[in-house]
Design a protein around this ligand. Structure first.
Ligand code: SPV
Ligand code: MG
Length: 290
């Protein structure tokens, strides 16, 4: 199902960020049909920086919770694969075991740094990174969608370098190309798409060029848009607000209407199913009064 979303030039798909089972469940309720397990957001929710401080095993554990709580296809941000070809293929194998639908690997060096921190990120050697992709493809074949993410524009290495890398990664077996940009307009992304001519489907992350309407991406026949970190950022804003109010007011009376009800919590996580299962599987309660 993720293959249909990420690997189609015909219809624009959207993946919503999730960083735990709850954010995944909320995205599903909102109507999203696929999720992005964001490295930035998962690290952030664990109190780590997006600099490979969270380990690959932290990530696969969180992915398992997202998959379990949603049953949606999940494209996992695999960073650079946590090392060389061997670490990358181990990560892919583990993600397959935990039920992920795809993995995106970026051509960064270990340890990576979030694309929006600092200016000139070093890129992995093109041949070495192609080997990482080939190793993943040889390991998981078509069980996981393999998205090759190009950081050339992020690192200021120019369009020619980005296109060169896209062709190399397609040759290495990628199913789709994720082209990332730090610009506040989509011009650079749209130039890439027109030079690339859809040899493979294109995935984008419009975090910085958020003002561009999605019709521009439909017109360019982009395959997938990732809303990469917005549940995590919404949670920060909401938690900061509520903590500030409670400490200032030394009470919770006034914030009650602005937080989710407990009924909402129970509903989101399907407590009603548990009550039905108890009625079916637990022996009837014994009346100790008799
Ligand atoms: C993430 O969500 O972790 C991403 C997208 O990789 S970005 O933070 O824009 O690099
Ligand atoms: Mg990331």
């Amino acid at each position: 199902m993720l293959r249909a979303q990420v690997c189609s030039n015909n219809e624009l798909s959207f993946l919503m960020e999730a960083h735990d089972g709850l954010s995944g469940a909320i995205a599903k309720r909102a109507g999203f049909k696929g999720l992005w397990a964001s490295g930035l957001s998962i690290a952030c929710s664990l109190g780590y920086r997006d600099a490979n401080e969270a380990s690959w095993s932290h990530v696969v554990d969180v992915v398992e919770r997202i998959v379990d709580s949603t049953a949606l296809p999940v494209l996992v941000d695999g960073d650079g694969g946590f090392g060389n070809f061997n670490n990358a293929r181990l990560l892919a194998r583990k993600l397959r075991q935990r039920g992920a639908a795809g993995v995106a690997l970026e051509d960064s060096c270990f340890p990576k740094m979030n694309s929006f921190v600092g200016e000139r990120h070093p890129l992995a050697d093109i041949t070495e990174f192609s080997g990482r992709l080939r190793a993943v493809k040889d390991t998981v074949a078509d069980d996981l969608i393999l998205v090759a993410r190009i950081e050339a524009l992020i690192g200021g290495h120019g369009m020619d370098e980005a296109i060169l890398r896209a062709h190399a990664y397609a040759d290495a077996g990628a199913d789709a190309i994720l082209i990332h940009s730090r610009k506040s307009s989509a011009d650079e992304i749209l130039s890439f798409v027109s030079a690339w001519q859809n040899r493979l489907p294109v995935v984008i992350v419009p975090t910085k060029y958020y003002r561009t309407p999605v019709s521009a991406y439909r017109d360019a026949r982009i395959s997938t848009v990732i809303w990469a970190n917005h549940s995590m950022r919404a949670a920060i804003a909401a938690m900061r607000h509520v903590c500030g109010r409670i400490i200032a007011e030394e009470g919770i009376a006034t914030i009650e209407p602005s937080v989710a009800t407990l009924e909402d919590v129970f509903d989101l996580l399907g407590y009603d199913e548990l009550a039905r299962a108890e009625a079916r599987y637990l022996p009837p309660a014994v009346d100790l009064q008799r």
